[in-house]
Design a protein around this ligand. Structure first.
Ligand SMILES: [Zn+2]
Ligand SMILES: [Zn+2]
Ligand SMILES: [Zn+2]
Length: 127
């Protein structure tokens, strides 16, 4: 049981505003799903999104925020994800692509689409 996690107070996460990857900062729906005039569903038309620092580019969507015309479900369209605590290793399942081997549009189950996993997790056992 990870008792060490209980009672330890985490520092308040630092947030940063970055340009929305899904609409490239334009604030409009990039794929005209509703209409070209509708606001981007990721940033609500602001062109900016809040991300937690430190962050890294989302492996699954290659930082674009989109999988085909859908919002990437790993980064929720932001194009970045909060970085994993070090040390990390390249995910052996998807070799860092963040994609499921059977369906590219799906996120890798092992690393949840990040392309990396925490390296010192001994309970994580490969098949
Ligand atoms: Zn946007
Ligand atoms: Zn993504
Ligand atoms: Zn993976």
């Amino acid at each position: 049981m990870p008792e060490a996690l209980i009672g330890k107070r985490k520092k308040k996460p630092k947030m940063l505003q970055v340009s929305c990857a899904f609409c490239k900062g334009k604030g409009k729906d990039p794929f005209d799903v509703m209409s070209s005039l509708s606001n981007c569903c990721v940033c609500n038309g602001k062109g900016l999104v809040q991300v937690q620092v430190p962050y890294e580019a989302c492996a699954h969507c290659r930082g674009t925020g989109a999988i085909k015309t859908f919002t990437c479900n790993v980064c929720n369209g932001k194009g970045v994800v909060s970085a994993l605590p070090e040390p990390t290793v390249i995910c052996p399942e998807c070799r860092g692509t963040g994609d499921d081997s059977s369906a590219m549009a799906m996120a890798c189950l092992k690393c949840h689409g990040r392309g990396r996993i925490t390296g010192n997790n001994e309970s994580e056992r490969g098949k």
